[in-house]
Design a protein around this ligand. Structure first.
Ligand code: CP
Length: 311
């Protein structure tokens, strides 16, 4: 592959190979010698039009630990602020001859557009409500490391599914890996096509939690909502907030996840988010660096081979 735009670009074998490489890099990241030269000589541009803590920092660390030259562009400091179109920004950056572009943008389809405009290896770091494939990979990598093969396991995603590219990527991954998927949300925060997602739909959280092996909570994305859609935080926590008491409906070993950034005591009880056994939230962050190293390693190696072919 020379692109990772959505989990549709992956098959189960791709995922297995990426998980094996991520396991390797996770071990390296825990050692004192983190710096390697797999991507030496290659240039990676991180082009972020939306705010990010985890994704940007982990793509930057991943590229640097693999020896790439990494350049970060954020929208607030770029000429997009002066009216430059996405196509002109893409062509301008492409003229500087990077080997990989990592892009986050508020518009669904932006990453695919940049790849089509530039023909440069592209990773989608989140495009609107569409997709966040490395988040899907890291979530399932972290979950598999904890509970083993997710095939046949019951996984619940609860929260603002309508606006969530993470939910779409997690569902894509869970379907590819054969999990039993449950979704729970207020009716106003479910997409109209959710019947075609291969998941069982719930509105009552206690019912949805029954027999679950893992629960993925999602942030209320107020920045993508308007007017009547916005529920009050207290009301939301009362009906859809995941708490330790509520987890009694799930399997005794049920783990809890959140892609971050989280709103404590809105979608997840603060003590549960910090729970030493149940919470995988920081495992997800650690997995994120390793998964992004695995993805960049694959794309960079291919980009190097292709440029060698041309030369
Ligand atoms: N999960 C995630 O994408 O977090 P950031 O917005 O901080 O990158």
């Amino acid at each position: 592959h020379d692109r990772l735009i959505s989990v549709d670009d992956l098959n189960p074998l791709d995922i297995q190979i990426l998980f094996e490489r991520a396991e390797h890099w996770l071990g390296i990241n825990r050692s004192p010698d983190k710096k390697h030269d797999v991507l030496k000589g290659l240039t990676q541009i991180n082009l972020f039009f939306e705010p990010s803590t985890r994704t940007l920092a982990s793509f930057e660390l991943a590229g640097k630990r693999l020896g790439a030259d990494v350049v970060n562009f954020s929208a607030s400091n770029s000429s997009a602020k002066k009216g430059e179109t996405l196509a002109d920004t893409a062509r301008t950056l492409a003229a500087m001859r990077p080997d990989m572009i990592v892009v986050r943008h508020q518009a669904s389809g932006a990453a695919s557009f940049i790849h089509a405009e530039t023909s440069i290896a592209t990773v989608n770091a989140g495009d609107g409500m569409h997709s966040h494939p490395t988040q899907g990979l890291l979530d399932l990598f972290a979950l598999t490391r904890r509970i083993g093969d997710v095939g046949g396991k019951r996984v619940l995603i609860v929260g603002d599914i309508l606006h969530s590219r993470v939910a779409r990527s997690d569902v894509g991954m869970l379907n590819l890996l054969g999990a039993e998927i449950r979704l729970c949300a207020p009716p106003t925060l479910l997409p109209t096509d959710v019947d075609r997602w291969g998941a069982e739909i719930f509105h009552d959280l206690d019912e949805a939690l029954e027999g679950c092996d893992a629960v993925i909570t999602l942030r209320l994305q107020r920045e993508r909502m308007s007017g009547a859609l916005i529920p009050s935080e207290r009301e939301y926590f009362h009906f859809w907030g995941v708490t330790e008491r509520r987890l009694e409906f799930a399997n005794p070993d049920c783990v809890i996840m959140h892609p971050g950034p989280m709103n404590r005591n809105v979608e997840i009880d603060s003590a549960l988010a910090d729970h030493p056994e149940r919470s995988l939230i920081l495992d997800q962050v650690e997995a994120g660096v390793a998964i992004r190293m695995a993805v960049l390693e694959q794309l960079g190696t291919r980009a190097r081979r292709n440029s060698g072919d041309i030369a």
